[in-house]
Design a protein around this ligand. Structure first.
Ligand code: KIV
Ligand code: ZN
Length: 384
């Protein structure tokens, strides 16, 4: 029996906060529809009180999307919550995501307040949001740096006030995976969650967002907050594609999502193009090199059997095939394979003759293309 993990996508809220990544309403609808096709459970569509543009986008996304829950962010402020409720009025399924900072740094420096007052504000905001919607998610901002005992009191208070989901953000990307997992476990063990669930929301400042998210899941979180390509504040958020493929690749762990993984690559390209945010070539799952083999030893292995160096079938993420990239590190097997694909069959003695010339060219020219190879074997276009 697999445990269902709900995927909450915040590309259009936490992701869109990145400077230079702003989208207009039409573009946001395009992304929201792609997320719906991808199978995400919740789309965080924006922070309506922040600007008329964000408000309007939440309204239009609510009209355009049918299946996923549409979520709007607020601070623990009544005006924010009223505006979010208004923006969500056309959503078929809606959620208000309200919250407040709970770490000592946030309580002292952001709110000039104290722990008891923060709990009161959290409860008040949750109750107020429940007046408008049945589904209220509470975030304890900077939970990663909030001590567990106090955090458990906050979580219990908001669950008692009607929160259906409680988000435990590692806002500053500070936690180690074991520490974040232990935090989730502590909450599961010390809070009467009723029917509410815990959510992960991890940032990438120390490169541990995916590891922390998975550690949260293993320890009891049932929702993951993610973005496409991992875009988000500073170093970014946990990336959807990494979590979805990690869970799919490790079915034995017993977790399942609703993500149609074959749509991952197209969604990644769409977000990258619209947000003008290139994906790093070595990005897990969706980077240009994620399924490209370039060293001779790896190419030889993959040509014998892909199981040697591939843990994911590229088709599972919507990429047609792996790539054998010809470089000065490639061996005879890769060269022979490329020639065969180009319709040229060479006997081994002829291959032995061509191979040193290929290496010589590859040392001089970084990017070897099919024409280069055909010229090497006397089949270049100009020789026909
Ligand atoms: O990182 C964070 O704490 C957030 C909250 C607003 C959910 O994005
Ligand atoms: Zn965040």
């Amino acid at each position: 029996m697999m445990e269902r993990i709900y995927v909450f996508d915040t590309t259009l809220r936490d992701g869109e906060q990145v400077p230079g990544c702003q989208l207009n309403t039409i573009e946001k609808i395009q992304v929201a529809k792609a997320l719906e096709l991808l199978g995400v459970d919740v789309i965080e569509a924006g922070f309506p009180v922040s600007s008329p543009g964000d408000f309007n986008s939440v309204v239009e996304i609510s009209k355009a999307v049918t299946w996923p829950v549409i979520c709007a962010l607020t601070r623990a402020v009544e005006k924010d919550i009223e505006v979010a409720a208004e923006a969500l009025k056309y959503a078929k399924r809606k959620r208000i995501h309200t919250g407040i900072g709970t770490s000592d740094a946030h309580i002292k420096y952001k709110f000039n307040s104290n722990r008891e007052e923060i709990i009161e504000r959290a409860v008040k905001a949750t109750r107020f949001a429940r007046r408008f919607v049945d589904d209220v998610e509470f975030y304890a901002e900077d939970a990663g740096r909030t001590d567990n005992e106090y955090l458990a009191r906050v979580v219990q208070a908001v669950v008692d006030a009607g929160a259906t989901v409680v988000n435990i953000p590692d806002t500053t990307g500070y936690c180690f995976p074991d520490e974040y997992g232990a935090k989730i476990k502590y909450l599961i063990d010390h809070v009467d969650m009723k029917s509410a669930i815990l959510s992960t929301h991890c940032h990438q400042d120390l490169g541990m967002a995916t590891a922390n998210t998975l550690s949260g899941v293993i320890n009891g979180a049932r929702q993951v907050e993610v973005t496409i390509n991992g875009i988000g504040e500073r170093a970014g958020n946990t990336s959807l594609e990494e979590v979805a493929m990690a869970l799919k690749s490790h079915k034995e762990r017993g977790f399942d999502t609703n993500i149609n993984t074959q749509k991952i690559y197209d969604t990644s390209r769409l977000v990258s193009a619209l947000m003008n945010m290139p994906v790093q070539p070595n990005k897990a799952i969706v980077g240009r090199n994620a399924f490209a083999h370039s060293s001779g030893i790896h190419q030889d292995g993959v040509l014998k059997n892909v199981a040697t160096y591939e843990i994911i079938n590229p088709k599972d993420v919507g990429i047609d095939d792996n790539a054998i990239v010809l470089t000065a590190r490639s061996g005879r097997a890769a060269l022979k394979n490329r020639l065969t694909l180009l319709g040229v069959q060479l006997e081994n003695d002829k291959l032995d003759e061509v191979y040193p010339k290929f290496l010589d060219l590859a040392d001089r020219k970084k990017d070897i293309n099919d024409d280069d190879i055909l010229i090497l074997v006397g089949r270049g276009a100009h020789l026909h």
